[in-house]
Design a protein around this ligand. Structure first.
Ligand code: ZN
Ligand code: ZN
Length: 268
């Protein structure tokens, strides 16, 4: 029985699955790109998708670029960028979420890990020295003590839309309030940790082209528009049939593994 459920889940899910096709939009000579600037990879960042899976999933979600950010490291993002170039995109921005106990920073477009154990000003300086862009990650009130005025002035932008703002209206107000204080680019990101989808919250940027450098320039210039939550790519009856059958298959397999033992031949 459970194998029928698995087969139905796979077939229905495969039929319902499709890539998003977004028309190319041009404004004043700039391309309007959909980017997710805060996505965590497996391993070492509490996520489930390997960097190459993130590249394929970002393409499936219709994104032009994705920032793959390790917690306090950059090498997994660089692996994702290597794979992205191999398969023709989307653009991967090598990134790090600098992750002290409070006051996280998404460092976009860097090649070397920035140490988290230093004052915010020094941290952001280290990002800028590499030609990177520093964005305050989910700056809710609980992290504000990490942000003296001198550090706030150095930021290139801050997140105003995030899954946390979908879950908590107060968090959304606090992040908007922080952005009014900080100025710079307004950013929407999924802060993807394995529970999708990538691009749920995202940023539309007006960039010269879809290169890493052009996207970073657009953020520095504040040509950003946060958006989200985006409607799911996959919707409809077949998607729900696939999900329900998949979950039932999992439950049968985990809760009643005995039926599998029953089906194996006994040794005499
Ligand atoms: Zn964080
Ligand atoms: Zn994060």
């Amino acid at each position: 029985m459970r194998w029928v459920l698995l087969a139905v889940a796979l077939i229905a899910g495969t039929i319902a699955d499709r890539n998003i096709e977004r028309p190319s939009v041009v404004h004043d000579g700039f391309r309007r790109l959909a980017v997710d600037l805060h996505v965590h990879p497996f391993p070492l960042s509490w996520s489930t998708l390997a960097p190459w899976d993130i590249v394929l999933e970002a393409r499936r979600q219709g994104l032009d670029a994705v920032a793959i950010a390790g917690h306090n490291h950059v090498w997994v993002g660089q692996a994702g960028r290597w794979f992205s170039r191999l398969v023709g995109g989307p653009t991967v921005i090598s990134s790090e979420e600098i992750h002290p106990p409070v006051g996280h920073v998404v460092a976009l477009g860097i090649e070397r890990t920035v140490d988290w154990d230093q004052p915010s000003e020094a941290m952001i300086d280290a990002v800028h020295r590499q030609g990177g862009v520093a964005v305050a990650a989910h700056p809710t009130r609980s992290s504000w003590m990490r942000w003296p005025d001198a550090a706030v002035r150095q930021l290139d932008g801050s997140e105003v839309l995030q899954p946390v703002t979908i879950l908590s209206k107060d968090a959304g107000l606090e992040m908007r309030s922080f952005h009014e204080r900080a100025g710079g680019a307004a950013i929407g990101s999924s802060d993807y940790h394995g529970l999708g989808p990538i691009g749920l919250c995202r940023t539309y940027v007006l960039a010269r082209d879809n290169s890493e450098a052009a996207i970073l320039d657009a953020i520095r210039a504040g040509r950003t528009e946060p958006a989200g939550p985006e409607p799911p790519v996959q919707a409809g009856v077949l998607v729900w049939v696939s999900r329900i059958c998949g979950v039932l298959w999992l439950l049968f397999t985990v809760l009643w593994p005995g039926s599998r033992r029953d089906s194996t031949p006994r040794r005499s």
